[in-house]
Ligand binder design. Structure first.
Ligand code: PLP
Length: 498
């Protein structure tokens, strides 16, 4: 049997501690070099992993190592086993779902937060993480043009944030005491209802499942021809529900819906919420970041009246996943919904409301030092740098929309308010919807197998729709031009176009 390579002093039989400093320094440099090379060449990997389900699992040992392994071997397996199974979200050709970016300052921030390894559950368990989160989110508030005061915390995902927002909304219903008494077996508790458009993200519905409101507790409201929530239908639904004995309690409006990036008419929705005393939550997970660009401030019009608002820097603010910002004008209500302090977490500061303990604003106790990477990104790019990058993505999106609009063989399937284009091939003379669906699916799949790009789809009015979502900092006009050529060539190959 080959003799084992055991390299670090820490791995010698008598040692019990962590990797020794010199070994850490050596491998650390190696890893940073590896990352730098990866980022320099990320566009040369096939964007979509080419492995089949189970391939990676089969390559890995079924049992854990009994003996220490050499770091060289572990790092070599990153290239040998892990990399073939990576779909490259960092690639300039990643244009599926919503693009994201692991930017340089963000990656360095992740490395530092891993090294510091603080858990910011209480102020005292990490004063710097707690206070930096407050300051960074106040900076972001200013960048987004939102009024002060606005309390912010960072969660892992918009999905958690929306669930927390609706839990707070439920807590705000007077007289029900659901936090203490629950909802089941209580005939005096009316059935609760909240509202969102048919285009709202699935996390809005999942929140109702978790909160015991149930899927039927979410009433999905129809949209207008541009996929924006129809305000007249919303008001009618609320009236009907009150009359039928439901207890309406919240509306979720979306700034940048997942399929088409439509922006719900927030000012009018805010009026309705005021009229009926409903909690207004804004899901700006994708579109909210655009307000960093002063020419896009309008996307958050009316959001200053929201009770809670979500923006995901891990989507379109060049922040490595995870980092989802949750803002509220009513931190006391969110805290009333979630704060539960067992004896072992009590301390002298916990009674002081001016010193937040971040565990009080959601279900998770422990929390990573996520503000560090966001702070580094905001300082490194500056507001103008962030705005310029978002502006450029929007310019590229508009360019693609123009090409689609001008082509006799393609059609836009929705407006393009940001940098995500929804379109399909629709050659003259081909009007059978089933054939059009098949044609567009084939075009998308053929583009994806090239490895140069990764596109995803949605269905609009039942029709298969291809999406090009530009949001990675490395995506340039040249990439988009190559993609458009490739899409046209695929159409010509799949269908006899004049
Ligand atoms: N809201 C919208 C509009 C989204 O598009 C998405 C994801 O794409 C989410 C919420 C969920 O985000 P997260 O992955 O942070 O839970």
């Amino acid at each position: 049997m080959e003799e084992r390579k055991v390299l670090d002093k820490a791995q010698q039989p008598k040692a019990t501690g962590d990797m020794d400093t010199e070994a850490f320094r050596r491998y650390g440099h190696e890893v940073v070099d590896w990352i730098a090379d990866y980022l320099a060449n990320v566009g040369s990997y096939p964007v979509l992993a080419r492995t089949a389900p189970g391939d990676i699992q089969r390559t890995l040992p079924a049992q854990p190592s009994k003996q220490p392994e050499a770091m060289e071997d572990i790092l070599a397996d990153i290239d040998r086993i892990i990399m073939p199974g990576i779909t490259h979200w960092n690639s300039p050709g990643f244009l599926a779902y919503f693009g994201i970016t692991g930017s340089g300052p963000g990656i360095l921030g992740e490395m530092l937060s891993g090294a510091l390894n603080v858990n910011a559950m209480l102020w005292r368990t990490s004063p710097a993480a707690t206070e930096l989160e407050q300051v960074t989110l106040d900076w972001l508030r200013q960048m987004l043009g939102l009024p002060s005061p606005l309390f912010g915390v960072i969660n892992d995902s918009a999905s958690s944030g929306t669930m927390y927002a609706l839990a707070a909304a439920r807590e705000a219903i007077p007289g029900l005491h659901i936090r203490q008494q629950g909802m089941s077996g209580r005939p005096e508790v009316p059935r609760l209802r909240y509202y969102a458009s048919q285009e709202a993200h699935s996390s809005v519905e999942k929140a109702g499942i978790v909160l015991g409101v149930g899927q039927e507790g979410l009433r999905k409201i129809g949209v207008d021809s541009t996929f924006r929530l129809d305000v007249a239908q919303l008001e009618q639904a609320i009236e009907q529900d009150f009359a039928a004995g439901w207890q309406p309690f919240a509306v979720v409006a979306t700034v940048g819906t997942t399929s088409t990036t439509s922006v719900d008419p927030v000012p009018q929705i805010a009026d309705i919420c005021k009229r009926y005393n409903l909690w207004l939550h804004i899901d700006g997970a994708y579109g909210g970041s655009a307000a960093v660009d002063p020419t896009m401030r309008w996307v958050l019009d009316g959001c200053e009246r929201a009770d809670t608002l979500i923006v995901n820097p891990h989507k379109w603010l060049f922040t490595p996943i995870d980092c989802s910002v949750f803002y509220t004008r009513k931190p006391d209500v969110v805290k009333a919904a979630f704060s539960l302090i067992p004896e072992y977490l009590r301390n002298t500061e916990s009674a002081d409301d001016a010193i937040p303990n971040l565990m009080d604003y959601g279900t998770s106790l422990g929390r990573r030092f996520r503000s560090l990477k966001l702070w580094m990104i905001m300082r490194y790019f500056g507001q103008e740098g962030l705005a310029a990058r978002i502006h450029e993505h929007i310019r590229l999106g508009q360019l693609v929309a123009e090409w689609v609009g001008e082509s006799p063989n393609f059609e836009l399937m929705a407006p393009t308010p940001f940098s995500t284009v929804c379109f399909r091939a629709h050659p003259k003379g081909l009007d059978d919807e089933a054939l059009l669906d098949a044609l567009n699916e084939r075009i998308m799949n053929n583009i994806n197998v090239t490895g140069r790009f990764f596109l995803s789809h949605t269905r609009l009015h039942g029709k298969f729709t291809i999406r090009i979502a530009i949001g990675n900092v490395r995506t340039a006009e040249q990439d988009i031009r190559v993609l458009w050529e490739a899409i046209q060539a695929e159409l010509a190959r799949a269908h006899d176009v004049q």
